[in-house]
Design a binder for this molecule. Structure first.
Ligand SMILES: NC(=O)C1=CN([C@@H]2O[C@H](COP(=O)(O)OP(=O)(O)OC[C@H]3O[C@@H](n4cnc5c(N)ncnc54)[C@H](O)[C@@H]3O)[C@@H](O)[C@H]2O)C=CC1
Ligand SMILES: O=C(O)/C=C/C=C(\O)C(=O)O
Length: 494
């Protein structure tokens, strides 16, 4: 597999895709590989005028696309999935070059989920139905039924941490529901979205139904999508502050938004947990993708009798991670996405020391040698000894780091878990299942995992409470966001 992977052709120019054509622009920016600082591609940045072209192309394509049947759209989605699967090596090469994530992670998580998102929403749109009520009236009865109508032109803005997975998580249901799309991947990771445009071209998706624009947020393509008067709804995954900015910017237009935002996720580990499973689970949830998943654990609360043993075992797992060349199948820890993001994570490593943390392991930058020293690597890090009010325990770091704190009672554990402005995900580790269910009901988070983490069923509601988001996607929740529901009321003759 690796030989095929190494021979895969990387595109060196990433263009916009508007109205079924790849479009250049006078402004380009560099897409760099965070593992070694090398240039991956020159990316053509869309300005407001190009975004406007994309929105107009979408608007023109909408009447015919929305009139296709759910079955026709499901068949397109399945063809898209099949081509992603056939070109999996190209997608893998592009994703690894853009993110530096280990090939072992991208080949198991990111690329298969890219295809699975299309297959899942093909199945869901085929199965979706409406509501029907018979209503008594003075004349006899009326029939009420609901119809789904697409939102229209949907703006999709996605981040860099799971580029293909999160992009397709929005593109697939939006298409399934009969919408047209103007989508912008993160400026850090434009590769797999560009390949997806090639896939749309290959499967013959009608011109203008899927439009891709590249660029940044403020003053660039991202803001141009949000500000465009003819965009009917925005779906966004990224930082909470960016979500707030987008919300302010669409407020006057009263457009629907769906936001998956940041997290400061807690894991609760009880003394009766299966110790080895809990240690392995918390290590995975803290360090997968170098801690750059919104679901990652950054706060670990451990019942006091097993606290010291747990910290020691978790530190052993952190030290066993192998930072290195993402193309080496033995590598288990990639770099952070960029120098800017590494500066942010390292600023938290410094802040933790100022706030009085004990650094159990990590806390610095590994020396890897050669070109990898131009990369954005940091050591996986474990802290103890911070006060719950410390900034390092309240703010999202988005790196391979967690803090471990002891607790004595279930009440204390739940209070600590809920002491956060975020409310995305949490994990409970216990063999006492009554307690697991009891706590799951009381945790203020959109997702609770019990004795597991990041186990996904694409039909389930996905999203966060508090600063972690607005609305839910997944399954019928995606279908609800990407469509307008209409009620039709019919007076029946007697
Ligand atoms: N899934 C998550 O929870 C993620 C959280 N983050 C956190 O956010 C921090 C900043 O990372 P960024 O990549 O800058 O995240 P971001 O939230 O600023 O960017 C995500 C996407 O939004 C776009 N964008 C930014 N500002 C915009 C605006 N005003 N209008 C429209 N689009 C806009 C970006 O171009 C990108 O496509 C990271 O350090 C990390 O802590 C970053 C990525 C994903
Ligand atoms: O849908 C998933 O399985 C994962 C989603 C992850 C995010 O939304 C994120 O990291 O931002």
């Amino acid at each position: 597999m690796l030989a095929v992977f190494r021979s895969a052709q990387l595109i060196s120019e990433y263009r916009n895709y508007i109205n079924g054509r790849f479009v250049e622009s006078p402004n380009t920016f560099e897409d760099l590989n965070p593992a070694n600082g090398e240039l991956v591609a020159r990316v053509h940045e869309a300005d407001a005028a190009l975004v406007d072209q994309a929105v107009r192309a979408g608007r023109a394509a909408l009447p015919a696309w929305r009139n296709t049947s759910a079955e026709q759209r499901a068949q397109y989605l399945e063809r898209i999935a099949a081509v992603i699967e056939r070109r999996a090596d190209d997608f893998l090469a592009a994703e690894v070059a853009d993110t530096g994530k280990p090939v072992s992670v991208a080949s198991r998580v990111d690329i298969p989920r890219g295809a699975a998102n299309f297959r899942a929403f093909a199945a869901m749109i085929r199965m979706s139905g409406g509501e029907v009520y018979e209503t008594p009236t003075p004349e006899g009865r009326a029939l009420n039924y609901s119809l789904r109508q697409p939102l229209g032109v949907v703006g999709i803005i996605s981040p860099w941490n799971l580029p293909l997975l999160l992009f397709t998580w929005k593109v697939a249901p939006a298409l399934a529901c009969g919408n047209v799309i103007v989508a912008k991947p993160s400026e850090e990771t434009p590769g797999t979205a560009t390949l997806l445009a090639e896939v749309m071209d290959e499967v013959g998706l009608p011109e203008g139904v899927f439009n891709l624009v590249h660029g940044f947020g403020p003053g660039s393509a991202g803001a141009a999508i949000v500000d465009h008067p003819d965009v009917d709804g925005i779906t966004f995954t990224g930082e909470s502050k960016t979500g707030a900015t987008i919300m302010r910017n669409v407020a006057d237009k009263v457009r629907p938004v769906s936001f998956e935002l940041g997290g400061k996720n807690a894991a609760l580990v009880f003394a009766d947990a299966d110790f080895d499973k809990a240690v392995a689970g918390v290590a995975r949830s803290s360090f997968l993708n170098t801690g750059q998943v919104c679901l990652c654990t950054e706060r670990v609360y451990v019942e006091r009798p097993i606290f010291d043993r747990f910290v020691a075992a978790l530190a052993e797992q952190a030290r066993a991670l192998r930072p290195g060349d993402p193309l080496d199948p033995e590598t288990t820890l990639g770099p952070l996405i960029s120098r800017q993001h590494r500066d942010k994570v390292l600023s938290y490593y410094a802040l933790a020391r100022e706030e009085g943390a004990t650094v159990v392991t990590g806390g610095g930058v590994p020396a890897l040698g050669g070109k990898l020293d131009q990369g954005c690597y940091v050591e996986p890090t474990i802290w103890t000894g911070l006060d719950q009010s410390a900034r390092c325990l309240q703010e999202e770091v988005f790196g391979p780091v967690c803090h471990v704190m002891p607790f004595d009672t279930e009440e204390q554990a739940i209070a600590l878990a809920n002491d956060s402005r975020y409310g995305l995900a949490s994990a409970i580790w216990t063999t006492h299942l009554d307690r697991g269910h009891r706590l799951a009901a009381r945790i203020d988070a959109g997702l609770v995992w019990l004795n597991t983490w990041f186990l996904r069923d694409l039909r389930t509601p996905f999203g966060g409470m508090k600063l972690s988001g607005l609305g839910r996607e997944g399954g019928r929740h995606s279908l609800d966001f990407y469509s307008e529901l209409k009620n039709v009321c019919v007076q029946m003759s007697q």
